[in-house]
Design a protein around this ligand. Structure first.
Ligand code: IPD
Ligand code: CA
Length: 274
């Protein structure tokens, strides 16, 4: 498949099939959700993760696409005769804990790239599966929320800013003090438990930036969200203000700041301690 071809329809088909595939699991919310071992990204796999992954793979195959899969669950797999044609980086369900508890914030994330490198991602979809809202982007063509063009926030001061911030469990005693100044100077902070979708909130200007310096989050969670933010006019860097150009690999983790505009980005970076 050429990079010029329109991925919007294919990605939306993936989303529709993921929605169908997860429905039976939503009916079992009060039942125990068994762990099916560990995924390639190192987290426990639930049946719903595998159902969503299968739905994405089947949809791409039905479109006769040859691809190399990079998935948080199955890791690396090749499909079709020319799998080097494109790389599909997915987190089938981002926010599995939310989903299995009935917390209404979980997503599916799909990124398409020419090579298994973050900078090569050229098409992306993140779907808010609970509210059935899709965020989609193609390189050079902008970012859209359910078909409407979106733009990042133009708020430039922390006093007015609502920042997404992930302090979720990992090395919190080490990480939290590095963010104290930033938290103190911001208007509010938020964390909802599905970072792929929280990146779309930055893209849509609902939040002004998102900060995750735990060094735990995987490329599978963010590959799609990063393109959506950039296409919406925002920016993403590491904490040294360098481009986050890492390998797309479920084991590859990263620290990053994603912001609606350069001014607030630089202010945030000055306050994040190394
Ligand atoms: C998780 C979510 C959560 C973040 C965790 C991730 P998962 O993704 O993005 O917000 O705090 O670090 O693992 O495991 O539900 O795909
Ligand atoms: Ca996941």
């Amino acid at each position: 498949m050429s990079t010029q071809q329109n991925w919007f329809k294919i990605l939306m088909d993936c989303k529709n099939n993921v929605e169908k595939a997860i429905k039976p699991h939503l009916k079992t919310l009060n039942d125990p959700q068994p762990d099916l071992g560990k995924g390639a990204g190192g987290d426990p796999i639930k049946p719903v993760d595998l159902s969503a992954e299968k739905a994405i793979i089947n949809t791409l195959q039905n479109h006769n696409i040859s691809f190399s899969l990079i998935s948080e669950e199955s890791g690396f797999e090749k499909y079709g005769n020319t799998p080097e044609e494109c790389y599909i980086t997915i987190d089938p369900i981002d926010g599995t804990t939310n989903l299995t508890r009935g917390l209404p914030f979980y997503a599916s994330s799909i990124a398409v790239s020419k090579k298994p490198i973050m900078s090569e991602v050229y098409a992306a979809l993140v779907t808010d599966l609970h509210h059935n809202i899709s965020y989609i982007a193609q390189e050079g063509k902008g970012a859209y929320r359910d078909g409407e063009k979106i733009k990042t926030s133009q708020i430039t001061t922390l006093q007015e800013a609502v920042l997404g911030m992930d302090l979720n469990t990992y090395k919190v005693a080490e990480i939290a003090p590095k963010l104290t100044d930033l938290i103190q100077q911001s208007k509010h902070i938020r964390h909802y438990g599905a970072n792929a979708l929280e990146l779309c909130y930055v893209a849509n200007g609902l939040t002004d930036a998102f900060v995750d310096i735990r060094g735990k989050l995987r490329t599978t969670d963010v590959a799609a969200g990063f393109l959506i933010i950039k296409e919406a006019g925002g920016l993403v860097t590491d904490i040294d203000n360098q481009p986050v150009n890492v390998k797309l690999d479920p084991k590859q983790t990263l620290k990053f700041v994603a912001s609606g505009n350069t001014k607030i980005h630089e202010t945030i970076l000055k306050l994040v301690k190394h």
